[in-house]
Ligand binder design. Structure first.
Ligand SMILES: *Cc1c(COP(=O)(O)O)cnc(C)c1O
Length: 399
């Protein structure tokens, strides 16, 4: 057995089997590339589900992390640290938010928003205690906690984990009429992904979010956009809401907020919603710690200063054009926005996983989602030549 076979066998023996990874054992990363333990190089077209938008091991984020780790890592929020205020200031300036609450994982940001809008519903909107409802969309992905899986419609994510948290109402994604019909006096919020990522990069019809925004405003419903995957440049804009010409009341970010170095997430809000949380009502030992803040500040800085958002827009268009030019009788649909893309295969093709395996053999890492879809989301630093190479390898694999 070589090293990777040994490591895989140990994982199989000792680890819970809650993932089914491709059998590639990675040991090093730089920019768009990662290397396995046998020295093979791969173009990473997953970017850790869009957590490494800035590219693997970005040298400036690394330097900020090392510097901060040698100075101060964790104080807890019992005391203040000299990084948090700067992160607030820089995030507020970049996104136009009035209030920010830092957490760690994406799921924690989602949970935080749910807690805050429920409380806002009771204290500000006047919903009777215990009656708050949140509208969510079918085929959503917002994380793995009990409350979040309670409103998942994916049987794998949900089945067997009850009793479930009540207070959620599910409507089809992209259907503004169904959304309108689901609103009642107890509706405190809508929680929606601008583009459904895990569902297979599902882009809603034009005008959908304009209507959702109008309905939320008219009915005093807080619009929460989960931009944990779509945000921070992935779709060619800082936030995907910009494509729709709307502004959420609450925006959730995570993943690329640290460039993949550290779990950092945040709830961005207007003053009213996060304003309801008082000392002792919510928190996290690691949330807002100085190491996380220093990493996130630099991750945001390089995203903007190094033109990664513009590059995502330009390379996304170019990549999509390349994918659309592939002639193949197993491709049902090619879609995307910026560098968030998907190739949906015909059901007769026999599943996307075997194609992801074949792509891996050619040096390109991508992840299948929901059986028939190959999701493509390379780091935002990808170059034209690298896109050309990727398109040609994909063409060889699926045509
Ligand atoms: C990844 C993701 C989450 C959950 O983030 P974790 O850090 O894995 O908890 C939530 N929402 C969306 C849209 C995501 O893509």
């Amino acid at each position: 057995m070589n090293t990777s076979e040994k490591l895989i066998a140990t994982e199989q023996r000792l680890g819970a089997h809650n993932y089914k990874p491709l059998d590639v054992v990675l040991t090093r990363g730089e920019g768009v590339y990662v290397w396995d333990t046998d020295g093979n190089r791969y173009l990473d077209c997953l970017s850790a589900y869009s957590a490494v938008n800035q590219g693997h091991c970005h040298p400036k984020i690394l330097a900020a992390m090392v510097e901060q780790a040698g100075r101060l890592t964790l104080t807890s929020r019992a005391f203040r640290n000299d990084q948090l205020a700067y992160l607030y200031e820089e995030l507020a300036a970049l996104t136009g938010s009035h209030k920010i609450l830092p957490m760690n994982s994406g799921a924690e940001a989602v949970e935080t928003a749910i807690k805050a809008v429920r409380k806002w519903g009771y204290e500000v909107k006047g919903v009777p205690e215990g009656k708050a409802e949140i509208i969510v969309c079918a085929d959503n992905f917002h994380g793995r906690t009990l409350s979040i899986v309670s409103f998942s419609t994916d049987p794998d994510a949900r089945t067997g984990f009850g009793p479930y948290t009540p207070g959620f109402r599910t409507v089809p994604f992209g259907d503004a009429e169904a959304f309108e019909a689901a609103i009642n006096g107890n509706t405190v919020a809508a929680l929606i992904e601008p583009i459904q990522g895990e569902a297979g990069v599902i882009i809603p019809p034009a005008g959908y979010f304009t209507r959702i925004r109008e309905l939320c405003t008219a009915n005093n419903v807080t619009l929460i956009l989960d931009e944990i995957q779509t945000g921070l440049g992935r779709t060619g804009k800082l936030l995907a809401e910009e494509h729709e010409g709307i502004e959420a009341d609450v925006t959730l970010i995570g993943k690329a907020l640290s460039g993949g170095f550290y779990p950092v997430s945040a709830v961005l809000s207007n003053s009213e919603v996060l304003g309801v949380l008082k000392p002792g009502q919510h928190g996290s030992t690691f949330g807002g710690n100085p190491l996380a803040c220093a990493v996130a500040r630099t991750a945001l800085k390089v995203l903007v200063e190094e033109g990664m958002i513009e590059n995502a827009a330009v390379m996304g268009d170019y990549f999509l054009e390349g994918l659309r030019s592939i002639r193949s009788n197993i491709v049902r649909d090619v879609r995307g926005r910026g560098l968030m893309m998907a190739i949906e295969l015909e059901p007769e093709a026999g599943g996307a996983r075997q194609y992801c395996h074949a792509l891996k053999e050619r040096g390109l890492l991508a992840k299948d989602t929901h059986d028939h879809t190959i999701r493509l989301a390379p780091p935002l630093v990808i170059s034209r030549q690298q896109v050309d190479w990727a398109v040609s390898e994909i063409e060889k694999t699926i045509s």
